[in-house]
Design a protein around this ligand. Sequence first.
Ligand code: PAF
Length: 323
Amino acid sequence: MIKTTLAALALAVATAAGAQDIKARIGTSLPDSHPQTLGARKFAELADKKSKGRIRIAVFSNAQLGSDQQMQAALRGGTQEFTVPSTATLANLVKEFGVIGLPFSFASEQQADAVLDGPFGQSLLARLPEKDLVGLAFWENGFRNITNSRRPIARAEDVVGLKLRTMQKSLYIDLFNGLGANAVPMAVNELFTALETRAVDGQENPYTVVYTQKFYDVQKYLSTTGHAYDALVLVVSKKFWDRLAPADRALLQQAAAEATVYQRQTSRALNTSLRAELVKQGMQINEVPEAERARMRERLAPVIAKYQAAVGEDTAKAFFDAI
Ligand code: PAF
């Protein structure tokens, strides 16, 4: 009893002084050169600088700590502190996040920023604590395009029959099956081998993922379907967060806000410049005409309706009102 009281007192003193040394880990699923990991490094650097070296966050890229789903589970259990999943996989925990990936919703990155940083995005983050997570910011993965080893996708019909890897989320599985492909869900860290061995014909991701994962070595065609905007979420384990002093939480929130500006700028700059690099690496890139994108959207009307209902009509309405 006395021991417990003394321990609580010691913690309280350390907390009041804001002087605890804190060590934490942030895990990403992509390589060091991808904006997901570059953002994680910036966040760690800012936390270190702002705390004068007291808060040290070690960065583990490339799924070294596990897949997106495994890392989310580790955060919830309190055995890992930070990660940056796509809203698509986060939607397996909090279904409302699925609304972000509804196909053909956003017209630009700036529109996405306004929705995600505004009351709608904040209302999504507010749902995370009930799943033992805390959301600090929305980062960017970007607009997703289809790559494959068989043919350019010039018309909606060209997707039919392709075996396409999708994220492990029912919306994406239904979306590609809805376009007539055979969707094969798997974690991104298994994808290169699946493309190389032709277990799947293709996949869909922004330019930054295609480049940093070297998919150009195993994929010939990239078609600018831009079928969905993908946001990432900087999340922290609630078990860890609740143990921090309020001043440290504020410091990390500020570091997250500054890292967000850098992460989005980096993602946009790279998504622009890497397109040319992919061509240099031998990929054939074709523009998908607007009329064909509109035809894809039409074909997906039943899938969009199904997922509007799945995330909840109120959430879907609030989302479309915010756009
Ligand atoms: O394709 C994926 O799995 C996602 O785009 C990402 C961000 C690489 C991992 O969640």
